[in-house]
Write a protein that binds this ligand. Structure first.
Ligand code: DOR
Ligand code: ZN
Length: 398
């Protein structure tokens, strides 16, 4: 791997991901050759926002996250949703069984299988009781509670219909220091889909923070300059996760050369000015912004569908996608804090000890991967990435 010609080989072929410069994709301001290192050693990252699904789908995707991340905050939007501590514990057991199965099938290295920690969440509903919150905290099994406004996104129909109904649960969370993870979009059909995050700040976030100022809040998958500004300005324990797709693409990506469902997620990609604000915040070193992939697998046939499901599948190459963003910004030196420190610090958890290596190496994202009886198309499938993650037991550099 210490190939002296590596740099001259690093110009990606046509269609490479650095071909983000294609019409409709994001213009990239690449750092000049020679400015970037060819290897980067960082602390093992964590994923602070992940969809692992259940059953065959869980089995198909769990190894990818366990290979690249130490811990993951696992979203509770199953059908039916994970609303009780007992359900969260049972789900964690199923995740552990899927990890063991992946290990036994040789799809996961022993070290990764042993070290990966799924951190469980509860799905907040109008009926979530303060007792369930206390039980979650005392059991040590619940790391956070997720707020989906009813109707805002995938499997959100059991979500919150009126914030007044969840006041007792929120008060209990504030008392116990249990974080609220917020899908920050209003579901009001009268609000334009591109404005739903901004309007959420006015209608929900501001009153929420006024009523529960000590509540720990993560504004999940922020997509707008307004959300970035909100998180920066607010006093108190508020942070935000950022996905690779919102850092890499603007909304043109959904419409380039035809309607591209694999670029469709919620909140939907926004204008370039918003992407630039996100990139600036992610690479600024501000500890309120950290990695949360929102990797959200759906079978290809449900994405390539008349009513395409929302969600981008990024778990297998997420860290490489983030590295692309940080490199383009000339801030690879800040990737580790964003990926491996800020989230753990916000959640009050120890930082990982293990280190992983990112190596400058061109490789092609698979166009399709097995997904139980179906297949799945990863974000940017078929494109060439310029960084590749290596971890002990996995893809040792030749
Ligand atoms: O794009 C999305 N997909 N956004 C969400 O909020 C949910 C997720 C999913 O579960 O598929
Ligand atoms: Zn999500």
């Amino acid at each position: 791997m210490n190939d002296p010609h590596a740099r001259s080989r690093s110009l990606p072929p046509e269609g490479a991901l650095s071909g983000f410069g294609r019409p409709g994709a994001t213009e990239m301001n690449e750092s000049a050759p020679g400015e970037s290192p060819t290897r980067l050693s960082i602390t093992l990252p964590d994923d602070w926002h992940l969809h692992l699904r259940d059953g065959e789908a869980l089995r198909a995707v769990v190894a990818a996250s366990a290979t690249a991340f130490g811990r993951a905050i696992v979203m509770p939007n199953l059908r039916p949703p994970v609303v009780t501590v007992a359900q969260a514990l049972a789900y964690r057991t199923r995740i552990e069984a899927a990890l063991a199965d992946a290990l036994s099938q040789g799809e996961l290295a022993a070290e990764a299988a042993a070290s990966f920690r799924p951190l469980m969440t509860l799905y907040l509903t109008d009926r979530t009781s303060p007792e369930e919150i206390r039980h979650g905290v005392e059991s040590g099994a619940v790391s956070a509670v997720k707020l989906y406004p009813a109707g805002a996104t995938t499997n959100s129909d059991a979500g919150v219909t009126d914030m007044r109904r969840v006041a007792p649960a929120l008060a209990a969370m504030e008392r116990h220091g249990l974080p609220l993870l917020v899908h920050g979009e209003v579901a009001d059909p009268a609000v334009d889909v591109f404005d739903r995050e901004r309007v959420f700040i006015e209608r929900v976030m501001t009153p929420l923070r006024r009523d529960f100022p000590a509540l720990r809040v993560v504004f999940e998958h922020v997509t707008t300059a307004e959300a970035v500004q909100y998180v920066r300005d607010v006093d108190g324990p508020v942070a935000a996760t950022m996905t690779p797709q919102h850092l890499l693409y603007n909304r043109n990506a959904i419409f380039t050369g035809g309607l591209r469902p694999h670029w469709y997620c919620l909140p939907v990609l926004k204008r370039e000015r918003h992407r630039l604000a996100l990139v600036e915040a992610a690479t600024s070193g501000d500890p309120r912004f950290f990695l949360g992939t929102d990797s959200a697998p759906h079978a290809a046939r449900l994405k390539e569908h008349a009513a395409a499901c929302a969600g981008c599948y990024t778990a297998p190459h997420a860290i490489e996608l983030y590295a692309t963003v940080f490199e383009m910004q000339g801030r690879l030196d800040r990737l580790e804090a964003f990926a491996s420190f800020h989230g753990a610090d916000f959640y009050g958890l120890p930082r990982n000890q293990e280190r992983v290596e990112l190596v400058r190496e061109n490789w092609t994202v698979p166009e399709s991967l097995p997904f139980g009886a179906d297949s799945i198309v990863p974000l940017a499938g078929g494109e060439v990435l310029r960084w590749r993650l290596y971890r002990t037991g996995r893809r040792q550099p030749e």
